[in-house]
Structures are given as structure tokens and as C-alpha cells.
Design a protein around this ligand. Structure first.
Ligand code: AGP
Length: 611
């Protein structure tokens, strides 16, 4: 995900901008750039690769000096990784950087090109620079030009804009992408997050969606996008450098758990046609022709990504009506799989580098299957070898235990299944419209669950943290979530945990149940709820201590369980996005209370490139 920084003051800005970009490296990027106002004009430096390359390029331009500038790290979305696509983008007198996605960029590009604009890159961002330039050329002041341009834009953005003709102002604006202002003495700053600015000031202004700001050397003015003034409210941030890296959270894992609503919003962005009640084919990674030709789907992955694949199984069969198999990538490649023409193999991997998944996809490709990669890391090995790519946009995941990438993978699979179901006419207009609406509301529900259950789950973790074994039970779409809950607990707290299909309990695991074994049951209101309630009662009757994740207002759950964590009632296909959240929190709090190394648990690696 891109990072942005801006500076206006009296110091030379190149080192300040590069230092800010370094703090934003954790967001992931593949190119970087600066635009520096030297008092006369704007100097542009851009480079592909790490910040080292940008520093090298700035050193070569030893005359690069100025006290107003903007800097950017780009994580490619629209257009490949190249110097032309790197930010800042320039149009006329305007230089602009952007984090986010402009959804109506194609229509705007067509219009601007029709008006004679020479657009040099494949990016959605350059379109905004040209829009601002067009308004300024038409006689608008820089601030009005930015405001008018943003009225035409749909999507998410945090932008920073400078004009060659105006060395006294830096204009920024935000909608759905993060942007923070730093207040200094005779200088002011803008950045994607607080850590990027913390070395220079602790006085911060957190911008809200739909706001614009004009930064001068001696002050900051804040407005709504319609031009109404907004009071500038400063807050003092006293984070230590380590806390700053984690945005104030104790561990990356906790930060990433709480980033999930945003990761879902970003992964949805530009892929839902809300007015049409449909999925937009543009960034699904599959052409309509290929989608219609698929006879069978095979989902391959490892670990947490395999649990996402297991949920995807339900999505493909129900929504696309296509026979689907799910395989652990290591087992898939351990035999000579019967796979080939007419099969679509979806290789799912956060890192995009997992060796077993990569080799499995290669075997399938050699046998003639169509390969689609679902990955979080752009241009990693699996998407590079695949025929199509569907990127999750969860941002870099630092904690070894995958959390936000898991829910983003669920979403990618769900959107893919809806898209294929639309192409082969398995899914009706009405079903699709309902799903699209529910998907659009999903981030809100996730936010509610995270904030509403955090304290309760932490209390439950405190009561049960000494348990040596924990059972997780789920049925249907929540069976993979039970497996995922058990995996999370195992990997970070080193507590033995087993995930089971609830219907399997009486075929063996019920023998384990006694008062020392907490049983976590997933019981959202879905087609399997009554059967799972029966399993809950069976376990309770054998002395089990029952922790239940149930839908709001489920009286039976409250009557039977020792602990109940409630989640909102949603379409049952979406319930896993909510039921997994308390399980992630539970694993986190148990591990934290035990004092384990939450972000880097023993023996585990984030990217597994061995067999
Ligand atoms: C998840 O918490 C794990 N650390 C692990 O199971 C992981 O999901 C697995 O190694 C697959 O990684 P990938 O998604 O990068 O391919």
C-alpha cells in the first residue's frame, strides 16, 4: 500500500521526506519518488525498487534543494512497476502524489484524452493531476482546482499537491485513505501515519474523510471538500519509537487484527458495482470467456490460506455451481494430480512465495489448467507464474500469524465465486444484488465486532489461559473457521488446540471432553445452527466448559454456554468474516498473557520457501 509524506518549512526537505518514507516502508512498495519545489520550479526524482535507489538518484542530482516537497512510496495497483508509473505525477504546473484507488479513472482518462491531455502513465493517480491542472488552467486557484477535481473523482484517496507557481502552499485531501498532519514551528508536515512524522513533531492533526488542508509555513487551514472551514484540533502523541511503529498497539498482530475492516474495504474497492448490484470484472483476474469455460475448480494453499480455501469451497459450489476440490498444496504435489484442460486452479498465498503452493501451481500449469493467483504481495512468485492475478489489498502483514490476509482471502474467493456464478448464469440478479449490498456493509460489522468484543474476549482469555488443550467446533462454513481458531492458538500461545467439524465430535473427540478442556463452538444463525446447538449441548452434558460465538440475541447459547461472544446476524456466507475475529483475539490475548513472542513465534517463518 502506498505511503505519502509532505513538508513545507525552512529546512531542506529531501532528507525529511526520505526519512518519512523510510518509516512508511512497512506498508510495502515497489518504487518511490519525490517532487521538490526549489523556489523556481519543481524537480522530480523517481526510482524503481527500494528507497536506496531513490537516494542514489537524488545524490546524482546534487542540486536538489528546496523547502517544499512531497514524497511517495508506490505499491503498484494500476499499471506495472516502472519509473513512469511511480509518483509524483506531473501535469502542467501540478505535481501530485496519491494513496488509494480512483474507481472512475477509465472514464476520466477517456474524457481528458479527448480534451487533449497527454497522459504519460498507466496510473489512476495521473488522472487526478490532470484534472487539477485542467481546473487551474481554466482560472481556478490551486485550492479550488484541487477541490473541483475531487468533486469529479470516485474512490479512495489521500493526496498531496504542489504547484510550480505557488512555493508557499502544500494542499492535501483525504477520503478513505489515511492522512495525518504534523504541526511544527515555522514548518508543517503531512504523512500517511503518525510514525512518519514523529521524529519532527509530536503535535498531530488526524484528518477525517472528506477534508482538505492547506499547509503554509506559518499555519494549517482545514476545510471540508465543499469549502467550509473546520477547526484544527491538535493532539499530542507521546508514543515511544517502538510503539510508533505499531501505531500504538502492543504487537503487530493486534494492529493487524484491528486493520481488518480497512483491509476488506481496500480489497473491495473498485470491485463492487454497487449501483448495478454486481461485481466489476476489471480486477478479478479472470476474463468472462475463461470464467464461462471452467468445468472444475481446484483450490490449493497451505496453513491459514488453506482454511480460506476450505471456505472458498462452499462459495464456489453454492454461488458458481461448479464442482470444487480443495487441496493442501503439499499433498497436491505429492501425487500425480488428475488435472488439466477445463480446470481452474486457484493458488492462494499471502506471501505469494510459499514453495509448496508455487510448485503445485506449476504442476497444474504444465498439465494445462488455468492458474489464478490470490496473493497479497504484488509481483511475488505465484502471481508472476499465474495466468491471472487477484490481489488482496490487506497491506503488509508483519505478524507471523496471518489475520488480516485471511479475511481478505475469504473476500477474494467470495468475489471470484460471485463473478464466475454471474458469468455462467448460476447466480440470479437478485441474489447478487443482496450479496453486493451485504459486502458493502461488511467492514462496518467487522469494526463493531472488534471494538465490541475486545474486552470480553480478553476477560475470557484470562479465565481459560491455563487450559492445556482447547477444542474448536464448527459446521459448514464455520468448520474452516474452527480449524483457523485452533491454528491461531497453537502457533502463538503454544497451547494444544484441535479444530473439528461439529458433526465429527461424537466420532471420537467427545472422549476428550472434561472440565479441563474448554470447547469453543461457532454458532452463528445459519442453516446448520440447530445441529451445532445439539453438539454444544452434548459437550456441555459431559462437563465441558463452553465458549460460544453466537448471533446477537441467541437465548439458547446464553442458556447453555459458560461464555457467549455475540456477532451481528448477516447472510450466512459472510458469517465467517465475523466469527473468526473473536478467535483471533482469543489466541492473541492468551499468548500475550503467557508472554510468548506473539509476532515471531518460535520455529515459525512468515514466508515458507522450503518443502
Ligand atoms: C498462518 O498464521 C501461518 N503462519 C501459516 O500457516 C501460513 O498461512 C502458511 O505458511 C501459508 O503462507 P502463505 O499464505 O504466504 O502461502
Amino acid at each position: 500500500m502506498c505511503g505519502i509524506v509532505g513538508y513545507i518549512g525552512t529546512q531542506q526537505c529531501v532528507p525529511i521526506l526520505i526519512d518519512g518514507l523510510r518509516k512508511l516502508e512497512y506498508r510495502g512498495y515497489d518504487s518511490a519518488g519525490l517532487a521538490i519545489h526549489d523556489g523556481k520550479g519543481i524537480e522530480l526524482v523517481r526510482a524503481v525498487g527500494k528507497l536506496r535507489a531513490l537516494e542514489e538518484a537524488t545524490r546524482e542530482r546534487n542540486t536538489l534543494e528546496g523547502t517544499l516537497g512531497i514524497g511517495h512510496t508506490r505499491w503498484a495497483t494500476h499499471g506495472g512497476v516502472s519509473e513512469e508509473n511511480a509518483h509524483p505525477h506531473v501535469a502542467g504546473d501540478i505535481a501530485l502524489i496519491h494513496n488509494g484507488i480512483i474507481e472512475n479513472h477509465s472514464a476520466l482518462r477517456k474524457r481528458l484524452e479527448g480534451d487533449g491531455a497527454a497522459i504519460a502513465s498507466d496510473t489512476d493517480t495521473e488522472i487526478v493531476a490532470h484534472l487539477v491542472d485542467a481546473h487551474v488552467r481554466a482560472g481556478k486557484d490551486l485550492v479550488e482546482g484541487v477541490r473541483d477535481a475531487l468533486q469529479e473523482v470516485e474512490g479512495a484517496y489521500a493526496i498531496a499537491v504542489v504547484s510550480r507557481k505557488d512555493p508557499s502552499r502544500l494542499v492535501v485531501a483525504k477520503n478513505a485513505s489515511p492522512l495525518v498532519l504534523g504541526v511544527g514551528d515555522g514548518e508543517n508536515f503531512a504523512g500517511s501515519d503518525i510514525p512518519a512524522l514523529l521524529e519532527h513533531t509530536r503535535r498531530m492533526v488526524i484528518m477525517e474523510d472528506g477534508q482538505m488542508a492547506v499547509l503554509r509555513r506559518d499555519g494549517i487551514e482545514l476545510f471540508t471538500l465543499s469549502g467550509d472551514p473546520v477547526e484544527v484540533v491538535e493532539r499530542r502523541v507521546d508514543w515511544s519509537p517502538v510503539m510508533a511503529e505499531k501505531a500504538g498497539y502492543k504487537h503487530f498482530m493486534l494492529k493487524e487484527i484491528f486493520e481488518q475492516p480497512r483491509a476488506i474495504e481496500d480489497t473491495l474497492r473498485g470491485r463492487l458495482e454497487r449501483e448495478l448490484g454486481d461485481i466489476n470484472s476489471a480486477e478479478i483476474g479472470l476474463t468472462p470467456e475463461v470464467a464461462r469455460s471452467i468445468k472444475r475448480v481446484c483450490l490449493i494453499a497451505c496453513g491459514t490460506s488453506h482454511h480460506a480455501a476450505m471456505t472458498g469451497h462452499y462459495y464456489f459450489e453454492q454461488l458458481a455451481g461448479i464442482p470444487t476440490v480443495v487441496e493442501l498444496a503439499s499433498e497436491f504435489r505429492a501425487r500425480d494430480p488428475l488435472i488439466g484442460d477445463g480446470d481452474m486452479v486457484v493458488a492462494i498465498s499471502q506471501s505469494g512465495e510459499t514453495l509448496d503452493t508455487l510448485m503445485g501451481a506449476k504442476i497444474a500449469k504444465d498439465k494445462g489448467a488455468h492458474i489464478l493467483a490470490i496473493a497479497n504481495v504484488t509481483d511475488s512468485a505465484i502471481p508472476r507464474m499465474a495466468d491471472g492475478q487477484l490481489y488482496t489489498r490487506a497491506g503488509p502483514e508483519i505478524g507471523v500469524a496471518s489475520t488480516k490476509c485471511f479475511t481478505a482471502q475469504l473476500l477474494a474467493l467470495l468475489m471470484l465465486a460471485i463473478y464466475v456464478g454471474r458469468q455462467n448464469k448460476h447466480l440470479s440478479d437478485e441474489q447478487t444484488r443482496d450479496l453486493v449490498e451485504e459486502l458493502a456493509r461488511l467492514p462496518l460489522h467487522m469494526r463493531d465486532v472488534l471494538t465490541g468484543t475486545r474486552q470480553l474476549v480478553s476477560n475470557i482469555a484470562r479465565r481459560y489461559k491455563e487450559a492445556q488443550d482447547v477444542l474448536f467446533l464448527g459446521r459448514g462454513l464455520n468448520f474452516p473457521i474452527a480449524l483457523e481458531g485452533a491454528l491461531k492458538l497453537k502457533e502463538i500461545s503454544y497451547v494444544h488446540a484441535e479444530g473439528y467439524a461439529a458433526g465429527e465430535m461424537k466420532h471420537g473427540p467427545i472422549a476428550l471432553i472434561d472440565a479441563s478442556v474448554p470447547v469453543v463452538v461457532l454458532l452463528p444463525k445459519d442453516s446448520y445452527r440447530d445441529k451445532s446447538l445439539g453438539n454444544l449441548q452434548e459437550a456441555k452434558a459431559r462437563g465441558g466448559r463452553m465458549i460460544v460465538v453466537a448471533s446477537e440475541g441467541d437465548e439458547d447459547a446464553h442458556a447453555t454456554a459458560d461464555e457467549v461472544v455475540e456477532v451481528p446476524v448477516v447472510n450466512e456466507l459472510l458469517a465467517p468474516f465475523l466469527t473468526v475475529l473473536p478467535l483471533q483475539l482469543y489466541a492473541y490475548y492468551v499468548a500475550d498473557m503467557k508472554g510468548t513472542d506473539v509476532d515471531q513465534p518460535r520455529n515459525l517463518a512468515k514466508t515458507v520457501t522450503v518443502e
